[in-house]
Design a protein around this ligand. Structure first.
Ligand code: NAD
Ligand code: ZN
Length: 245
């Protein structure tokens, strides 16, 4: 049984990195990008350059942000997140590297310093010039009143959610920490990612080249399935719960 093979690989590993994508959060009600009901079935992403150069695009960005927030702000960790949190408490998981921006790993009880957010976090915003942190509530109220995109109260810079858009440079510290974790693990488990977004998808490749085992758990095929020691095409929450209840 595939579940036994999975448990065996996990049990015999002592330094595990979990790498998650949007697929782990669909069971919490947050749509992923590439599934038929995903976000891209409705809207193409706004590239960073367009966000910077056009006020109209920034207005569109914040409109979309507050629309999706009705879902994101109410989302709770699901059984997939909870099983990972439980394994993390048992000590064999060194880090959770996530492409997600929804804060659900932290909400599931994993300490923030173990979660490496490659694409940032959408539950707060920052000034792109001076890094000043701004809470969404304040931005939302002003945006509804003025219909103008927010500017920094300290330096006048452009405010954006603390996420990484397409075309925006990757966060250096997180990239370094993710690389260190990947190079020291003996098992790298991908959960709920199509592995189509780079440079994030380089980490499973790096792990494998560095002699770590690679497991991929995803409903459908990914581009890196042929590299993996074990591929599980299943629903994330139920599979993880059945494996480690
Ligand atoms: P993706 O949409 O490209 O891939 C998600 C994969 O998960 C798909 O292959 C899909 O088949 C699979 N999947 C969805 N629900 C599943 C389930 N319940 N069980 C098993 N498999 C399931 O997402 P990605 O690879 O993370 O890349 C897209 C980018 O989207 C990331 O950079 C991320 O920043 C961003 N994103 C984040 C969120 C979030 O924070 N929750 C949501 C949407 C997009
Ligand atoms: Zn500023």
């Amino acid at each position: 049984m595939i579940i036994d093979s999975f448990k065996e690989i996990v049990d015999e590993s002592s330094n595990i990195v979990i790498f998650t994508g949007a697929g782990i959060s669909t069971e919490s009600g947050i749509p992923d990008f590439r599934s038929p009901t995903g976000i891209w079935s409705k809207n193409q992403p706004i590239e960073f350059q367009d966000f910077l150069s056009s006020e109209e695009m920034r207005v569109e960005f914040w409109k979309r942000k507050f629309a999706i927030d009705v879902t994101i702000s109410q989302a709770k960790p699901n059984s997939g997140h909870m099983v990972i949190a439980k394994l993390s408490k048992s000590g064999s998981i060194s880090n959770v590297i996530t492409q997600n921006i929804d804060n659900l790993h932290q909400d599931s009880g994993i300490p923030s310093n173990k979660v490496i957010e490659l694409h940032g976090n959408t539950t707060y915003a920052k000034c792109l010039d001076c890094n000043f942190r701004v809470e969404l509530e304040t931005i939302k109220k002003n945006f509804e009143d003025t219909k103008k995109p927010p500017l920094c109260s300290k330096c006048g810079g452009i405010i954006k959610t603390a996420t990484i858009s397409f075309g925006q440079s990757m966060p250096e510290d997180e990239m370094r920490r993710a690389q260190e974790a990947t190079l020291s693990c003996d098992l790298f488990i991908v959960i709920g990612s199509s592995l189509k977004v780079y440079p994030a998808a380089n980490f499973p490749i790096l792990a494998k080249k560095n002699k770590s085992k690679l497991v991929i758990l995803n409903r459908e095929k990914t581009d890196l399935d042929t590299y993996a020691d074990l591929v599980i095409h299943d629903e994330i929450g139920s599979f993880l719960l059945n494996s480690f209840r």
